[in-house]
Design a protein around this ligand. Structure first.
Ligand code: SF4
Ligand code: SF4
Length: 284
């Protein structure tokens, strides 16, 4: 994943890492982090961007890759003990696991149960940290020139996410029904619900309004960002990272099948819907 295409200089050494190897890895990594700090401290904005980039890198790797990585020796590895044991016992040969470039992949029926049926508070913390990076870049660029326009931008952002998106997109989302009076999903946690749930896919009109709202939120700060190229770069890269990360890691396991970005396969969707109906029938 990190060194794809780099020629191998050393032979493979399967088995646990020795204390010497661990110490050398840490000693090699530390200068890489700290070497540029001498120059970065002269520019607080660059230093902040540098720290935020590393924080995003580690949080994303820990959250999405370390939970399915085959390097069980790595101190960051978070594959559950039971899965490790089963893998090491050789269950992959019986078809319960599939090895691929992406790590451990679960079999067909397990993939269905690995859909995210609920989000946790830590999901909300992670996604709001990613969102704040580009909102902060935009807010800073506007705020440098005008407090009035900054207030207008804050109003537009709140109006879009709290009213427009909630009414036209979120009310159709299966995660919307969780929590009685307030939202409990990876993007909104504790925000009051202003509308009743609409448990069917969003229509074209809903999607058009949501998309228009997004386009306005994204394009509104551009005139100010163009005056500060560094913030424009940070804004563009953080939006790109947001979209790529959500598309790569969340849209493949999200149960909002009505969302145009959803990438759960048709077979898995059908099996999930069948199970849901069966569980509803059992409960009633
Ligand atoms: S996951 Fe659903 S409820 Fe949460 S923000 Fe997205 S659309 Fe809204
Ligand atoms: S499919 Fe992707 S973009 Fe759509 S609601 Fe789910 S996670 Fe968000």
């Amino acid at each position: 994943m990190m060194l794809s295409g780099v020629p191998k200089i050393f032979k493979a050494r399967p088995g646990p890492h020795s204390p010497f190897e661990k110490a050398m890895t840490i000693l090699g990594a530390l200068p890489m982090f700290f070497f540029p700090v001498y120059w970065l401290v002269r520019d607080p904005l660059l230093l902040g961007a540098y720290c935020v980039s590393w924080a995003l890198f580690f949080l994303t790797a820990r959250r999405y890759e370390c939970v399915r990585c085959l390097n069980f020796e790595c101190p960051m590895n978070r594959v559950p003990a039971g899965v490790k044991e089963e893998f090491e016992k050789g269950d992959r040969l019986s078809g319960n696991f599939e090895l691929s470039g992406k790590g451990i992949r679960e079999s067909y029926s397990d993939r269905c149960s690995s859909l995210r049926v609920r989000h946790e508070f830590r999901d909300f913390l992670y996604w709001n940290f990613v969102t704040l990076v580009f909102l902060f870049s935009a807010g800073l660029a506007i705020g440098i020139s005008s407090t009035g326009w900054l207030l207008a931008y804050i109003f537009i952002v709140f109006f879009h996410f709290d009213i427009l998106e909630q009414r036209f997109f979120c009310t159709h989302c299966p995660y919307f029904v969780r929590g009685e009076k307030s939202l409990r999903c990876m993007m909104n946690w504790g925000w009051p619900k202003h509308f009743r749930p609409r448990p069917y896919p969003p229509g074209k009109f809903d999607l058009v309004i949501t998309t228009l709202g997004f386009i306005i939120v994204i394009l509104f700060p551009l005139p100010w960002l163009l005056k500060v190229p560094f913030l424009l770069g940070a804004y563009s890269i953080s939006i790109l990272l947001f979209l790529l990360t959500i598309w790569r890691y969340e849209c493949i396991r999200c149960i909002y099948f009505g969302c145009p970005f959803n990438r759960v396969s048709v077979d898995v969707r059908k099996e999930f819907e069948k199970r849901k109906k069966f569980e509803k029938g059992k409960a009633s």
